[in-house]
Design a protein around this ligand. Sequence first.
Ligand code: SF4
Ligand code: SF4
Length: 445
Amino acid sequence: MFEYRHSVSLESDKCKGCTNCLKRCPTEAIRIRFGHAVIKSERCIDCGECIRVCPYHAKKALYDRFESLNEYKYKIALPAPALYGQFDNLDDLDYVLTGLLDCGFDSVFEVARAAEIISEYTRRYIREGNVKKPIISSACPAVVRLISARFPSLCEHVLPMLPPVELAARMAKREAMQEHPELDEHDIGVFFISPCPAKVSYVRNPIGVSETAIDGVLSMSDTYFKLVSAMNKIKTPQSLSKTGIIGISWAGTGGEAAALFNDKYLAADGIENVIKVLDEMENDQISGIEFIELNACNGGCVGGALTVENPYIAKARLQNLRRYLPVSQNYITNAVNISDHSKVPADVMWDKELEYSPVFQLSKNAGEAIRKMSEIQKIYPKFPHLDCGSCGAPSCRALAEDIVNKEAEESDCIINMRDELKKYYKMFDTSRDKTGTDENNSENK
Ligand code: SF4
Ligand code: SF4
């Protein structure tokens, strides 16, 4: 049976049960049980929001360590475009790329390069007449997982095309095999330098593809600290960068959409805004739009939980870097062999459909689901509707659902319990006055 492997996890001993993460989780995946947070695995989309808000650093992302590079003879780094925004006063991308070689990689392949190619294919895809519009970008895995779990009617709007990182990994491997025919495919390790846990999860549980060409994922923050000392030693960087403005702009909100040269787009960032847009789309309240770019993190990938810099500063730095770059350095004919230049080749499209995963359903059985719903409707009005989180559920509605699913009890509501106790004490006081049994108290007076 397929087991989903998450990147986001909890260090229980550090958790104080403060409810910060409980209140911010966009999929209501967190509960507090016996004073500690618990993640409902099936609901988690690895957005990283709980990592950002935990004041005790009890939530963390799992990813590969630099030591995993030693498992391969030939190591390729795939830096995400957001990496360039982490460095102050950077005016030449080659410093970063040469620094990566000095950190132990044999070659580098910029994800921004593949992003420029995906931008061109997306332009072509939009022009194809038979696609469901508006098309929703599939580049942010947290958003795609959210759609597959919560918005079944929107699954067919998701762009069924490889994300840039997957195309980059495939192209990087292909190039390495051509340049080093002595290598076996298994000798080559492709490592993505990721800004967020959602992309770590993508590699562990690929979306839309049966198999990923990425062999490992390193965190951008770990890599950053290694890179800073390596870059300080570089006198003359090697000429390595093959990307332009379009590629690096994918790191921030609106970059992917702007590269389509089509004004009919909408770009939103931050998981709460993403949910609002998806809700409106589900309710047919969005019109005149052909493409929707959604990023779970504030500011786009520059706001990922594994970055080191403030997303808005990183975005401003990328804006500055654009002055030194051409618009694009990647033209489709260099990427893959295709005969018809107006079409999108099959090998950049998904080989698996996006499926609805009904993790929010009360039951797979319709009758059982209706029964549970009517029970929830009976229980829910009993609660104070404060959504305070003190019961360990993110809202009174979620507590009612947990009770119906036999994961909680009505007595978990602290507000109701307090009112019950008050009533009890009042009754106790009244009966005490009537019987006059509080002799000690009378004496004290
Ligand atoms: S934010 Fe969540 S994980 Fe962190 S201490 Fe509070 S309850 Fe625990
Ligand atoms: S990673 Fe996101 S979805 Fe998963 S538990 Fe944390 S906040 Fe919720």
